[in-house]
Design a protein around this ligand. Sequence first.
Ligand SMILES: *[C@@H]1O[C@H](CO)[C@@H](O)[C@H](O)[C@H]1NC(C)=O
Ligand SMILES: *[C@@H]1O[C@H](CO)[C@@H](O)[C@H](O)[C@H]1NC(C)=O
Ligand SMILES: *[C@@H]1O[C@H](CO)[C@@H](O)[C@H](O)[C@H]1NC(C)=O
Ligand SMILES: *[C@@H]1O[C@H](CO)[C@@H](O)[C@H](O)[C@H]1NC(C)=O
Length: 823
Amino acid sequence: MRERRRHGGGGEAHPASRPRKAAPPSRYWNYIILLAAMCCAAGLGAFAYSTYQGWRLAFRVANLHPAPSVFPPNSSSPDMFWGSYRPQVYFGMKTRSPRSVVTGMMWITQSRSPSLRHTCEQSDGLSQYGWLMHDGVNFGTQEIKDKGYTLKTEFVKRQGGLHGGDWSWRITVTPQASAPPGQLVSLLFYVATDGQGSLFPHVEGKERLTHVTGTSEELGRFTIRFPMPEAGGGHVSYNHLSTMCPGIHVLTDVVRSSLRNNLIHLLSAGDSTTGTKRHYLGLDTYRPPPTPPGSQPAPSNSQLIIHQVTFQLPFQVEVLFESDSFLQRPGPLSGSALSDLLEIHRMKMTERFRRIFKLEEKGFIPDQVAFAQAALSNMLGGMGYFYGSSLVQSLYNPEPLQYPQAPLYTAVPSRSFFPRGFLWDEGFHLLLIARWNTSLAWQSLAHWLDLMNVDGWIPREQILGLEARSKVPNEFVVQRDENANPPTLFLALHQLLAKEDVTSEDLQYLRRAYPRLKTWYNWFNVTQAGRLPNTYRWRGRDKDPFRFLNPKTLTSGLDDYPRASHPSEDERHVDLFCWMALASEVMANISELLGEDGVEYHESQRILTDNTLLDRLHWAEKLGSYADYGNHTKNVALEWERLSPLPGQDPHRLPPPKLVRVVKKPPRLQFVDSLGYVSLFPFFLQILTPDSPKLGQLLAHLRDADKLWTPYGLRSLSKSSPLYMKRNTEHDAPYWRGPIWINMNYLAVRALHKYSHTEGPHRHQAALLYRELRENLLSNLYRQYKDTGFLWEQYNDKTGWGQGSFPFTGWSSLVVLMMAEEY
Ligand SMILES: *[C@@H]1O[C@H](CO)[C@@H](O)[C@H](O)[C@H]1NC(C)=O
Ligand SMILES: *[C@@H]1O[C@H](CO)[C@@H](O)[C@H](O)[C@H]1NC(C)=O
Ligand SMILES: *[C@@H]1O[C@H](CO)[C@@H](O)[C@H](O)[C@H]1NC(C)=O
Ligand SMILES: *[C@@H]1O[C@H](CO)[C@@H](O)[C@H](O)[C@H]1NC(C)=O
């Protein structure tokens, strides 16, 4: 799920009030034993025991799984230590460690209405930004188009020494052809500590910061250099700031409140004696905002140093990070040495990309290859490293608890709108990441599995650290342990293991992961079980029946996709049934690889892939398709509630009317009449046998333009469905009720590819549809990217236009695999 609406809310909203820290269980044991002994003496043992049970349950949700980590601490290779692991900012780097020194860049357009850019924001209105190349390990090249000029931000790393080596940045700012001459721009390079380490500024003359020296636990001693820039446009002006501040989540505010008016002398072209003076905003001193009376000032535990350069375009500037432990440095990584190293990595990536995806052989033109390369690069450049703890709550907690602090190396769905980890998105991300570099995919997978609690639950949205939390509305912060999210990590495992040579390293990894995978599987199998044997039901549906046209099922990932109109324990969900069939098969295979007893998984796999059972539980004859089952009526509508004043009440003082759901015909137990993505899951996850007559019926729906087919991909809900493109409340526009989503279309294309390569009566039809659907998706995604500069969260089913959040280079980047026909 990714709840994107800020108003809609949900039945699951819980105020994030006063989190409490879960104490380690051992301390409680001691405490309890002591307490129990005392109570026993007083004859109150039974009472103590029941209190203890209550406490034990209350803290259970925040107890991590006891198995050793899948990703042991210190097992990361040094070449992965530094990286662009801050996808939420336009440009920045940090290390993969809990309290990393962070570095980054902000910039200011120095015009009459100056604008400060730092974190990726849709409201900045940039016409394009993103990585053109990024190999996930060594280097990246990004292009950012602001109003009137373009910034190219590049970084490259060089290994040496004991702490992850050196890196250099190069920022090139060029005016756009249509822009007026004489644009004035400031770049602000910052380095900040996060609770540990120290920094020393070195200033030349009055204002020019030449370098910063520093030291931290994980970096040892280091130097960050700001060499004299190459200015094409005349005079350069410098400012700097060195201060303490409350933390890296407030850096933008600190800068904003430190800016004052300055003057810069600009030379006129061709004349070095006369010139003009212009005002610009420059760093001065930071004055923390006054704390309201009665409240504590925020502790200032972050040291911050910023170097500001202001210049007329065009302009190029470099920043060098040097680790003091790197003793045999051949020379500074700047100028031509920097250009050469960037070029070496660019060539390596181009070559590797060509070898893995073979797009040229498939007839794609260079511009389309560049598009695919950018899509992959944004997935890799969107990988972040987060550290912190989630707020969690179970049925036994009156208030949210803090989950243990943990790291998470993960890709993010969207750098602007969803810059954090999402469980079900990551399973899709890894399909692409694993093609490029399996080691990166294993690392992310390991971190996700290491976030599992003792029961086998993984919080589905990972809001780790204050910086991540500052982007999430309060009502979505707390994660509840009844709630699942599709176990897409099994999709990734399926792919990672679908090769001839499973290496001994893979096996070691699997052996470490196995106890957690077993618990994870079991958590789904038990907590999400339906009432009837072998049926499954998503928990956590919206509870308020009057608010929503159809109560949402955020946990399924498909937020507002229509399910039974009246949530009840009789429900069974066909998508979850299919996810469990896939999970059983992957677990059966892994058990076999490891020589473990997998009898139960084989048995569950046999049962869940038995199409007779599937048809009995989920085939809705009237709909001609698979469906959910539950207490349902299609005769519902949103209507303005009619408010009449109570006797004596002023009719002008009534609260504003609301849209409420009206049920026109009572619900009864039946199949849910929604034709769409959920109906296709037995096909998506290839549970259907190739000779199933149902397959032919699904393919017919899929190709029907009055149902699911569009020239741009498959829409999420059939045009013939009662809730097609219907709002769920006044504030909730349709989300999974028509728009085209790329993760599901990827599954469709992949399934068509599979069925077209397997003997069966529908093979020919599958092959035709495969070619057509793939072509529709590729041409629209490419066209939209050329037109708008971005990949999008979803695509309009009538026009093909990108919509929702952007850039969305999470699962929409699966376009690369469809181009390469890698499934
Ligand atoms: C894959 O990632 C690892 C880091 O985990 C790195 O050492 C290796 O060089 C990468 N491989 C390629 C081909 O980029
Ligand atoms: C399980 O293993 C079989 C046999 O190697 C293979 O054909 C199948 O694709 C595997 N399935 C999954 C889901 O990994
Ligand atoms: C899943 O749950 C069912 C019903 O409780 C049980 O029969 C089955 O053995 C379980 N599957 C596995 C692999 O544990
Ligand atoms: C279906 O929902 C209605 C309305 O909440 C309820 O009255 C009825 O008992 C439910 N039927 C079943 C079989 O659960």
